[in-house]
Design a protein around this ligand. Structure first.
Ligand SMILES: C[S@@+](CC[C@H](N)C(=O)[O-])C[C@H]1O[C@@H](n2cnc3c(N)ncnc32)[C@H](O)[C@@H]1O
Length: 238
């Protein structure tokens, strides 16, 4: 599997696979108490890193959060105007009307961001790339809307090569056992390769991660990548 399209190359199959993932995602976020638990995760893991980034940004910067969910990680930035985009935005706004952050809320996908080129100083995407229909097209769009001197922040789980192979086998041959909400699964090397087609990775920091017993899980790691925009000719050559 390892970053490869889950359902062959056919557009229709990919769309159906993504829609199944999104149904699962929508059900997940509607469960009682889920948002409280997930907000706790966001606060525990990302506050320090985002405070460091905020300190380097001007007050009037423009920040885009792609695949924001109802947690909307970009709300942690202490500066800037925020725009949030997610294909389930209408559902989140209905379910969590009083908990969505201030800012512009867009119902849409990363693969077609309805904003002009170079609109944002920061584009952030947390735990969303492996949920998307076409991560490569999404990265092209996220790079497009980022200013030339902007910062791209990607937060993503990576898995062991063994798990990626196992998940690929289940995805293809035993769909009943597949990881329904995640059409994609990355190992660390593969996400670096994908990212470097569009961005220059400046920092790659492990995110603090423990399971319910306070132990470090061995089957996955979470990373925060801070990237800058690869210049156009350079990006085309990759
Ligand atoms: C696991 S949630 C992450 C939410 C939030 N960023 C967080 O870290 O708590 C994944 C989100 O990605 C969104 N998503 C799925 N496909 C997407 C796409 N094509 N473009 C943008 N977001 C997408 C889902 O709707 C879901 O809200």
């Amino acid at each position: 599997m390892d970053g490869k399209a889950p359902a062959g190359e056919s557009g229709q199959a990919l769309t159906e696979r993504w829609q199944a993932a999104q149904r699962q995602e929508d059900e997940f976020w509607k469960r009682a108490g889920v948002l409280d638990g997930q907000m706790q995760r966001v606060l525990n893991r990302y506050v320090d890193a985002i405070a460091d980034l905020s300190a380097q940004l001007p007050q009037d910067c423009a920040i885009l959060d792609v695949g924001c969910g109802p947690t909307c990680v970009a709300r942690l930035f202490s500066v800037g105007s925020k725009t949030y985009i997610d294909p389930l935005m209408d559902s989140y706004s209905a379910t969590y009307a009083d908990r969505m952050p201030a800012g512009e809320l867009i119902c849409g996908t990363a693969e077609a961001i309805p904003r002009p080129d170079e609109s944002f100083d920061v584009v952030l995407s947390a735990n969303a790339l492996d949920h998307m229909m076409n991560p490569d097209a999404a990265l092209v769009e996220m790079r497009r809307v980022l200013k030339a001197d902007g910062v791209f922040v990607l937060i993503l789980y990576t898995h062991s090569p063994l798990e990626a192979v196992g998940r690929g086998v289940l995805e293809r041959y035993v769909p009943a056992l597949r990881h329904d909400a995640h059409p994609y699964c990355y190992i660390r090397r593969s996400i670096r390769k994908v990212l470097e087609r569009h961005f220059i990775v400046r920092e790659q920091t492990p995110v603090w991660l423990t399971d319910k017993l306070g132990l470090r899980p061995i089957h996955r790691k979470e990373w925060l990548f801070v990237c800058e925009k690869r210049p156009p000719a350079d990006a085309d050559a990759h």
